[in-house]
Each structure stands twice: as structure tokens, then as C-alpha cells.
Design a binder for this molecule. Structure first.
Ligand SMILES: Cc1cc2nc3c(=O)[nH]c(=O)nc-3n(C[C@H](O)[C@H](O)[C@H](O)COP(=O)(O)OP(=O)(O)OC[C@H]3O[C@@H](n4cnc5c(N)ncnc54)[C@H](O)[C@@H]3O)c2cc1C
Length: 552
């Protein structure tokens, strides 16, 4: 086309080249070091293979899956109930790739190898960077396993399908499927944090199964094959308390269970994931564990989904950082690249430092979860550190992504950059699976009811004693922070925040990573502002950025 043509555009200059496909494992030094440190290094070949997929096809399909939201098909054209959710093929492809690599099942299929949960955390971390919405059914499927094991017969029937690497979205009885996914229904209109407010009822039948009547106000993943659901039992006439039930979508005879999808939620973000409102009209279910023990039973699932919230938020932060660094290393302003400007260096290095601290703590907690069956101290640490990390890391995520977004200037506010999607997703992990206050109260509950958690927490900090004066001082402050029990709940956000920062510092210092001292000085020693970009002038800015960047 000639330059005189009215359709001739000017030459486009000073834009970052597309990041394009990249290797989400091979280019992530922090992730690779962390996985090796916490005992998942034996899975390197598998993680490396998935890294190429996650930074490539998964990333591309993730865009499409979010541009094409799922649609509720409540009825067919003749008025028959369908209660189906229609997904774009890109969604199915993302699910298929996630399951093929075991984001939902790698830890259970490799349970005999120490570090399997760490390796699986890395899979989930890479998956969530590419597409976070599918993380919801994948994490629930992974997390349902310890709860399902409360019912021996149920576990024998369902676990082979749950641990399958096949994605099988067909609506048919579990026995005929090659792979199954699991969801969770706890939250009702009148109460989410306080599940004792549930009104859904379960009535025991002569054959030992239950019929369930009620509703769930948030029921993500209504396309799953079964859900773990809380409902009150009253078979003894007196109401035996909350029970945990497994409710299949399709019954053994091929008929649909009586689960009505009322509508899909119109959400801020998490667009690829079809969160719904449902009603149960005498839906058939089987009890998992004992009547009256429902909360304790399902909390085993929730312990794992909370770890996955830490993984998910760390992943969103990592992906935002990748995008910000890439842009700033190419875009020029005032005669040099953005990443060469002093103040931008401070922002990017500070983001890199926080991203590493969140990823490192997440992988440390994944190791504790992994070791829990073999090591009581690690089990106690996992119990407490999951609540601490869930609170802190999920809270860091939204401001972090906003800051990364700002590094791209106006482009960061435009969908094509990926930052708006990350920004919309960012608050979710701090809301579901127990919101911020609930995590802080859970920390106090654990400390009060399970004193061994306190010992495990301080043992973890003391392992780094002497490594940094600010951490030593912080350990002293934390040692007396719990003394005044009358004001403990009021102060618990402050205490849990400082517990989290001390844990992060301890992990980084013992790992000897380049930013460890800087983290302790700035996060514990007070040499830092409330915003990112407030590192002291002698920080190793270039080294921090180079460590985090995916390419030169
Ligand atoms: C997109 C999305 C998908 C979801 N998917 C599912 C799902 O699949 N299954 C499911 O069961 N649930 C799901 N949820 C529900 C989610 O777990 C709940 O929204 C969450 O647990 C909070 O419950 P709530 O909304 O009833 O808020 P509330 O319980 O009313 O809490 C509101 C606020 O009050 C605070 N609060 C509550 N109690 C206290 C207290 N004692 N002290 C101080 N503060 C307190 C909470 O921290 C919160 O900030 C989903 C939510 C979202 C947004």
C-alpha cells in the first residue's frame, strides 16, 4: 500500500514487542529454586513440560475462555429443564490441559513421594497465571480427596475417577466416565462464614442414602460431577447437626439428580468460571463421615483450598510482575527505557521482592502440608501457616496488581494487556474460603485449641534466629503479642500480618536468596513506605529485576 493511501497507518514505534509464548517454568528462577528447596525437585521434567504449555497454549486459550463467558441453559427450546452450563471450547481445552498435567491430581497420584504437594503447587501456580477461573474446579477436585476418604466405600468408587488425568465433561453417571470433577456447596443466602446458619436439610432414607432439600447461594462449578454439600440432618427427629454429603449430578441409573441451577452470578471477575445459585429438590446424596461432624469433615477440604488461595494469589502476582517487567524493559520515556528510570526500578524491584516472598512462603506451606501425615510438627505448622498465609498473601494481591498495572501506563488498563483480568481476579482469593477476618480468627482458634501450632510457628522463626537483627526483634515482639487475651481479637489483623511477614523473612533468610536481607530490613525493620516503590536507595534494584524477569 502506498504511503499516500488513506488507509496507510504511521509506523508504530516505542511499543513493547508481544511477550508471546514463553516457558513459565524455565524462566521462573524463584519458582524453580523454591520447588527444589521444598522437596519437589524430582518432578522437574513434568513441571518443565507443563511450563511450556502454561506459558503458551494455556495462556492463549485462557484469553479466549474469558472473552466468552459461560451461559446458563436452564431450559431447552421446548421448556424442558436442562440445568446445563454451556462453555466455550477454549474453556474445555484449558480444563483438559490442566487435568492432563494433573493440576487436580498430581499430589495424590504421587503421594508416596515426599514433595508431591510442592510439585503440584507449582503446577497450580503456572496454571493460575494462564487462567485462574478453571483453578476453581481443579482445586476443589484436588482438595476433596481427604474429605472423601472419610467414606471408605465412597472413596473406593470415586477416587479412581477423580485422580484420572482425563477431562471428561460428558453428563453421565460417574461409573461410565473416564474422569470426574468435584465442587463444594457450603454458602447459603443467610450465611457463608457462619455455616451453622445453613437451612438446607437432609433426611435419611431406608437404603442409607439421604434426600436433600434447600439451596446454595454460591455454587461454583455447577458442571462438576458431584459436590460436597453441608446440610442439617434430622433423621433422629431431634436434628443431629450439620453433615457433609456427596451429591452426584447424575444418579447411577442415568437420571439427573434434582439440582436446579437458578442463575449464574454476574461477577466482578473470574469470568471463565460459572458460579451459580442452586436449589436442591429432594436431591439424592450420600453422607461422608458422620452426622453432626459435617464442618470438621469438610474443613479438611477447606484446608487445602486455602493453600490454593495462597498459590493462586502468588500466581496472579507473578504474572502481573512478568507483564510489568516485560513492558518496562522495552518501553522508553524521557530518553531511556522505563526500567532504567530510578523510581521505576524501585517499583519493579519492590514488586519482585514481594512476589518472591509470597511464592516462597506458599511453597514452604505446601511442603508442610505434604509432610503432615509423617510429621506432627509440620502438621501443626501447616494448620497455622495456612491461615496466616491465606490472610496475608491474598490481601497483598490487589494492590500489587494495581501497581504492576500502572507500570504499563494506559495499556495496563486495557483488556489486551491481561492486567485488567488479573486485577478483577485479584480480590477473590481473599473473599472465598474464609474472608480476611475469618482467617485471623482462625489463627487465634488454632493457637488456643492446638498449642502445638504455636510451638511449630516459633520453631520456624527461631530456625532463622541470628540471621537478621530485625527478625530477632520481631520474634521478641510476637512472643508477647498474645499475652493480653482480652484484646486479642481486636488486634488480630495486626498480629497475623506481623506473623506472616516474620515467616516470609525466616523462609527467605534461611534460603539465602538475594533479597532476603532487604526483605527483613524493609518489611520488619520499618525501612519501607505503605506503597510499593519505597525501597531504600542502596537496594540491589537491577539484580532484583533481573532475577524476576522472564527474558533479557
Ligand atoms: C465468585 C465466588 C464463588 C464462590 N463459590 C463458592 C462455592 O463454590 N461454594 C461455596 O460454598 N461458597 C462459595 N463462595 C462463597 C464464599 O465462600 C463466601 O462468600 C465467603 O465465605 C463469605 O461468606 P458470605 O458471603 O456469606 O459473607 P459473610 O459471612 O456475611 O461475611 C461478610 C464479611 O464479614 C466478615 N465476618 C464474618 N464473621 C465475622 C466475625 N465473626 N468477625 C469479624 N468479621 C466477620 C467476613 O470476613 C466478611 O468480610 C463463593 C464466593 C464467590 C465470590
Amino acid at each position: 500500500m502506498s504511503p499516500e493511501s488513506p488507509f496507510f497507518t504511521h509506523e508504530v514505534e516505542n511499543q513493547a514487542p508481544p511477550l508471546g509464548d514463553y516457558d513459565a517454568w524455565g524462566t521462573d528462577t524463584v519458582l524453580r529454586e523454591g520447588v527444589a528447596r521444598e522437596g519437589g525437585g524430582w518432578a522437574e521434567a513434568h513441571l518443565a513440560a507443563f511450563g511450556v504449555v502454561a506459558g503458551g497454549e494455556l495462556m492463549r486459550q485462557g484469553y479466549v475462555a474469558n472473552e466468552n463467558k459461560p451461559k446458563l441453559r436452564a431450559f431447552d427450546r421446548y421448556g424442558h429443564r436442562l440445568d446445563e452450563v454451556e462453555f466455550h471450547p477454549a474453556y474445555h481445552r484449558v480444563m483438559q490441559l490442566g487435568m492432563q498435567y494433573g493440576v487436580h491430581a498430581f499430589a495424590w497420584r504421587n503421594e508416596d513421594k515426599p514433595g508431591a504437594h510442592v510439585a503440584r503447587a507449582a503446577l497450580s501456580y503456572m496454571h493460575a497465571q494462564a487462567e485462574a477461573g478453571t483453578g476453581c474446579p481443579l482445586t476443589m477436585t484436588h482438595s476433596a480427596v481427604p474429605t472423601l476418604r472419610h467414606g471408605t466405600a465412597l472413596a473406593q468408587r470415586w477416587l479412581p475417577k477423580i485422580n484420572s488425568y482425563d477431562y471428561d465433561p460428558r453428563v453421565m453417571p460417574m461409573a461410565e466416565k473416564t474422569g470426574c470433577t468435584i465442587g463444594m456447596g457450603m454458602t447459603e443466602k443467610q450465611g457463608g462464614s457462619d455455616v451453622r446458619a445453613n437451612s438446607t436439610r437432609a433426611v435419611r432414607q431406608a437404603d442409607g442414602s439421604y434426600r436433600i432439600v434447600g439451596h446454595k447461594w454460591f455454587f461454583s462449578a455447577p458442571m462438576c460431577d458431584a459436590w460436597l454439600v453441608l446440610a442439617y440432618t434430622s433423621s433422629d427427629g431431634g436434628g443431629a447437626g450439620l453433615g457433609c454429603f456427596l451429591m452426584p449430578k447424575v444418579l447411577d441409573d442415568g437420571s439427573r439428580n434434582a439440582i436446579r441451577i437458578q442463575r449464574l452470578k454476574d461477577k466482578l471477575g473470574d469470568w471463565s468460571n460459572a458460579s451459580s445459585e442452586v436449589e436442591f429438590h429432594d436431591a439424592r446424596a450420600e453422607i461422608v463421615g458422620q452426622e453432626g461432624r459435617g464442618v470438621a469433615t469438610i474443613l479438611q477440604m477447606v484446608a487445602l483450598t486455602r493453600l490454593d488461595c495462597m498459590i493462586g494469589s502468588s500466581a496472579l502476582m507473578r504474572q502481573a510482575l512478568v507483564q510489568a517487567l516485560h513492558h518496562a524493559r522495552h518501553r522508553k520515556a524521557f530518553g531511556k527505557r522505563l526500567a532504567e528510570h530510578a523510581l521505576m526500578k524501585n517499583v519493579l524491584a519492590d514488586l519482585a521482592l514481594d512476589s518472591e516472598a509470597c511464592t516462597a512462603l506458599t511453597l514452604r506451606v505446601a511442603r508442610a502440608v505434604d509432610a503432615s501425615p509423617r510429621d506432627a510438627g509440620e502438621a501443626a505448622f501447616a494448620r497455622l501457616a495456612t491461615a496466616i498465609g491465606k490472610y496475608w498473601i491474598c490481601k497483598r494481591c490487589p494492590p500489587f496488581i494495581n501497581e504492576a498495572q500502572e507500570c504499563l501506563g494506559g495499556a495496563g488498563y486495557v483488556e489486551e494487556s491481561n492486567l485488567p483480568r488479573l486485577y478483577r481476579q485479584a480480590p477473590l482469593n481473599s473473599i472465598w474460603e474464609g474472608s480476611g477476618n475469618i482467617q485471623c480468627i482462625d489463627v487465634l482458634r488454632a493457637l488456643n485449641k492446638e498449642p502445638e501450632t504455636r510451638e511449630a510457628f516459633f520453631a520456624e522463626l527461631l530456625a532463622a534466629k541470628g540471621a537478621h537483627a530485625d527478625l530477632d526483634r520481631e520474634i521478641g515482639w510476637l512472643s508477647s503479642a498474645f499475652d493480653d487475651v482480652t484484646t486479642l481479637e481486636l488486634r488480630s489483623r495486626m498480629i497475623v500480618e506481623r506473623m506472616a511477614l516474620a515467616l516470609q523473612a525466616s523462609v527467605l533468610l534461611r534460603a539465602g536468596v538475594p533479597g532476603a536481607e532487604l526483605f527483613a530490613t524493609t518489611r520488619l525493620g520499618g525501612e519501607h513506605g505503605l506503597n510499593y516503590g519505597t525501597l531504600p536507595a542502596d537496594a540491589p534494584f537491577d539484580a532484583m529485576m533481573a532475577r524476576a524477569a522472564v527474558a533479557a
